[in-house]
Design a protein around this ligand. Structure first.
Ligand SMILES: Nc1ncnc2c1ncn2[C@@H]1O[C@H](COP(=O)(O)OP(=O)(O)O)[C@@H](O)[C@H]1O
Ligand SMILES: [Mg+2]
Length: 257
């Protein structure tokens, strides 16, 4: 099982003329791989994720799954930075929702949702509504829901981007733990270079205007990962390497209006 993008291109028409948001994006992701895509703000990450998810039509090139155009049988789950949960549903029903779409009977759905809430430490909040919880708790529920839906590909767009540094570390660990237990192909988008290195098997580095992939890097860390990996010299080396590639672009973005 593999997932592939070939020469993807996406342009948008705006009042100021066309914008080329993606150009020649080509990569392949393998079954059970944790693939991180890192790049500065505005480089086209979300656009890429939406094209992968089928939410946006590419202007050129194609996405393929096992060598064929993905059809309705491809199960993809999406996790965004926020707004993933339905405000009118309890946490339990939110997490169970993916199974409801797949016509799993209610009793089974709820039992499995409870189990997955447990995996992210939210058993006690099953009957709460999203607005009663912190952002970190809501993202935990989003992650539980995505894994419970048992997708073939899990697409995440800066899922931990709105969290404080400590909460982020805890959720990164939780995410890797649940992924280890329920291996999926994950495409994880972030602007945080260190996060990409700590989570991914590979890191694709994007730069913008037009959005393209600059480099594909293997992460030289074994699994399972843990907190002490953050101090590994190989991590710092890779982070520095990526930062050198992107710093000019980030700097320019601050000055040029
Ligand atoms: N619907 C749209 N219409 C016009 N331009 C868009 C649209 N979506 C994104 N863009 C532009 O495409 C570029 C990439 O945006 P985006 O994919 O959101 O970047 P990122 O997620 O990396 O911050 C930006 O220049 C953005 O302004
Ligand atoms: Mg984005």
């Amino acid at each position: 099982m593999f997932f592939e993008c070939l020469n993807l291109r996406k342009s948008f028409t705006t009042r100021n003329g066309p914008i080329l948001a993606l150009r020649d994006v080509t990569f392949r992701a393998e079954r059970e791989e944790f693939l991180c895509i890192v790049g500065p703000s505005g480089c086209g990450k979300t656009t890429l994720l939406k094209v992968l998810a089928g939410l946006l039509e590419p202007s050129g090139g194609r996405v393929s799954f096992n060598g064929a155009v993905p059809d309705s049988s491809l199960r993809a789950a999406l996790v965004f930075q926020e707004h993933g949960l339905f405000p009118w549903m309890t946490l339990l029903d939110n997490v169970a929702f993916g199974l409801e779409m797949r016509k799993v009977p209610k009793r089974e759905r709820r039992a499995r949702a409870r189990e997955f809430l447990g995996k992210v430490g939210l058993d006690a909040f099953a009957r709460n509504y999203p607005h009663e919880l912190s952002v970190g708790m809501r993202q935990r529920a989003n992650i539980a829901r995505a894994f419970l839906a048992d997708p073939q590909i899990l697409l995440m767009d800066e899922p931990l981007g709105a969290l404080d540094a400590q909460t982020k570390v805890v959720l990164q660990e939780e995410l890797l733990r649940i992924w280890k237990e329920h291996r999926k192909l994950v495409v994880y988008i972030t602007h945080d270079i260190r996060e990409a290195v700590l989570l991914g098997d590979r890191v694709l580095v994007m730069s913008g205007h037009p959005g393209r992939i600059r480099e594909q890097l293997d992460v030289p860390l074994s699994r399972p990962r843990n907190l002490t990996d953050a101090a590994d010299p190989a991590v710092n080396e890779l982070v520095q390497h990526i930062w050198q590639m992107l710093r000019e672009e980030v700097r320019n973005a601050l000055w040029v209006k």
